[in-house]
Design a protein around this ligand. Structure first.
Ligand SMILES: CC[C@H](C(=O)O)C(=O)SCCNC(=O)CCNC(=O)[C@H](O)C(C)(C)COP(=O)(O)OP(=O)(O)OC[C@H]1O[C@@H](n2cnc3c(N)ncnc32)[C@H](O)[C@@H]1OP(=O)(O)O
Ligand SMILES: [Co+2]
Length: 134
């Protein structure tokens, strides 16, 4: 794990939360991106070396929709930047963590992503991110 890539925050209304975080951080989101595979619309704010990712569900079966059915808006996951996602998946699997998708999938912001089940990570949904062009 090289650094915290982003903190993912589940929101009900992306436009409203974009305005709130722009006011909070003193800067606008640098991008918005829809990830069909996850049923999410995201926006990203750069904060030093790391990012805040806001996520709104685009369909009822989205993990974000399911999350917000049971919980208030708030921190949904923490994402770590990794150099080699396949190596990290093997390391973490051997270390006893529960990998949700062993084959990396398309993430936002030009990343390949893998998720670990929160029941194996002290109740925190963990995402691994590798830059796609490496
Ligand atoms: C990829 C685009 C973008 C990016 O950065 O590039 C994203 O970040 S997309 C983010 C949205 N996608 C995902 O979250 C994919 C991975 N998530 C999942 O596969 C599910 O959400 C899963 C398996 C974590 C939970 O799904 P499930 O249907 O099992 O939901 P339950 O409500 O039944 O929860 C089971 C159990 O897990 C706990 N839980 C659920 N979500 C979270 C969470 N975000 N953080 C911590 N814990 C979570 C929940 O409380 C249940 O625990 P229990 O003790 O049984 O009550
Ligand atoms: Co994320």
């Amino acid at each position: 794990m090289r650094k915290i890539e982003h903190i993912g925050i589940a929101v009900a209304d992306l436009e409203k939360s974009n305005e709130l975080f722009a006011r909070l951080l003193g800067k606008e989101a640098y991008k918005s991106e829809r990830v069909e595979g996850e049923g999410v619309e995201t926006s990203f704010f750069l904060v030093g070396e790391t990012k805040v990712e806001l996520l709104q569900a685009t369909r009822p079966d989205s993990p974000i929709a399911k999350y917000l059915e049971k919980r208030n808006e708030g921190i949904h996951h923490i994402a770590f930047d990794v150099a080699d996602i396949h190596l990290e998946v093997k390391r973490l699997k051997d270390a006893g963590f529960e990998i949700l998708n062993e084959t990396p999938k398309e993430g936002a912001d030009n990343k390949l992503v893998v998720f670990l089940h929160p029941r194996s990570t002290n109740g925190v949904l963990v995402e691994l991110c590798q830059e796609k062009n490496l």
